[in-house]
Design a protein around this ligand. Structure first.
Ligand SMILES: NC(=O)C1=CN([C@@H]2O[C@H](COP(=O)(O)OP(=O)(O)OC[C@H]3O[C@@H](n4cnc5c(N)ncnc54)[C@H](O)[C@@H]3O)[C@@H](O)[C@H]2O)C=CC1
Ligand SMILES: O=C(O)[C@@H]1CCC=N1
Length: 305
């Protein structure tokens, strides 16, 4: 994949379609910035960190024009980087809250209450507020906007950047079915969406929100094991990442169950059985269970309630 513009200092590489579309269409960056699409309402992303960028890149890669999206980001260097890379306008947090019909809050949970208290006066009465912050409940959002605010608590994950995200969402007390549909459509532009009861959102956060990190951790460990046994790093990386992709594809087939899939790999007296015995001996299963419970507990602590 070749970048035409400077790559951001952040972790992510935007999909090629996001970066090149405007130039390939022959539009000047300024013209592209002014041209809004007919089907999308104005979206503001407040907080252009890792998740904000993943959502921004995902939206732009799936039909949103730069003119449909405003970004608010107080770190100046980061704001410049995002404006340059994606062609979006970066404005103040209050201006973003005022101008957008849908406001996505992608700041740290610990900063949420201060931010809401700062922008609540700018939000229009019909504005839909979607928070992706871990733990922060819809009741916290409502309390710090207005009691009848339309809010959605969503938990995406970073593969949103590549359009393969997994998001779970639940609405607040006053969110209408149309507003839930609007939130779902927006989040669907960066991957799959499920609606869940809010009482499950801490578990969602521990499973799919933090989940990519667990797989990267496993990938890193497997690659290093291959390198330790003499395999060139690039080859080990290719083997491991395609194995994860292949396993995910199999798991996604309807009717396939992880236990059955694992048994199919485990030949009697063979290599997989030897490996799995070591994983069980080291308590990897209970380590994962404890880790996921810890993540859910931490999400609960960040509620703001
Ligand atoms: N990183 C991930 O995989 C996921 C993160 N989340 C949630 O997304 C939120 C952001 O997380 P990250 O992107 O990882 O953190 P981050 O620290 O990379 O990004 C937060 C961004 O918000 C900006 N910010 C702070 N105050 C602001 C304000 N008043 N107005 C506008 N921008 C402001 C910061 O400068 C920073 O760029 C968190 O609430 C997290 O729980 C949710 C799902 C997955
Ligand atoms: O680590 C975190 O708190 C965020 C929420 C889910 C993934 N990253």
């Amino acid at each position: 994949m070749h970048a035409r513009r400077r790559r951001p200092a952040g972790l992510f590489r935007a999909p090629a379609r996001t970066r090149t579309t405007r130039k390939e269409e022959g539009a000047s960056p300024a013209a592209a910035r002014r041209t809004r699409t007919a089907q999308h309402t104005m979206v503001a992303i407040i907080g252009a960190g890792k998740m904000g960028e993943a959502l921004l890149a995902g939206l732009l890669g799936t039909g949103y024009a730069p003119a449909d999206v405003l970004v608010a980001e107080p770190r100046q260097e980061r704001a410049r980087e995002v404006a340059e890379l994606y062609g979006v306008d970066v404005v103040s947090t209050r201006e973003a809250a005022k101008r957008a019909e849908t406001v996505v809050l992608a700041i740290k949970p610990q900063d949420m209450v201060n931010l809401l208290d700062d922008v609540s006066g700018e939000l229009g009465s019909g504005t839909l507020v979607i928070s992706v912050a871990a733990g922060v409940t819809t009741s916290t959002l409502e309390r710090h906007i207005t009691d009848d605010a339309a809010v959605v608590r969503a938990m995406p994950n970073t593969p949103a950047l590549a359009g393969t995200g997994m998001t779970a969402m639940s609405g607040g007390t006053h969110t209408t079915p149309e507003q839930l549909d609007r939130a779902e459509r927006l989040l669907e532009s960066v991957g799959s969406v499920v609606r869940v009861q809010e009482r499950h959102m801490d578990t969602v956060t521990a499973l799919s929100g933090s989940g990519p990190a667990y797989f990267y951790f496993i990938a890193e460990t497997m690659i290093e094991a291959g390198v330790a046994m003499g395999m060139p790093r690039d080859s080990a990386r290719t083997l491991v990442s395609q194995t994860i992709t292949g396993a995910a594809t199999m798991l996604n087939e309807p009717g396939n169950h992880p236990v059955v899939l694992r048994e199919a790999v485990t030949s009697p007296g063979g290599t997989t059985a030897a490996a799995l015995r070591e994983l069980e001996r080291h308590g990897v299963r209970s380590a994962f269970t404890d880790a996921i419970e810890a993540a859910a507990r931490r999400s609960g602590e960040l509620s703001g309630d």
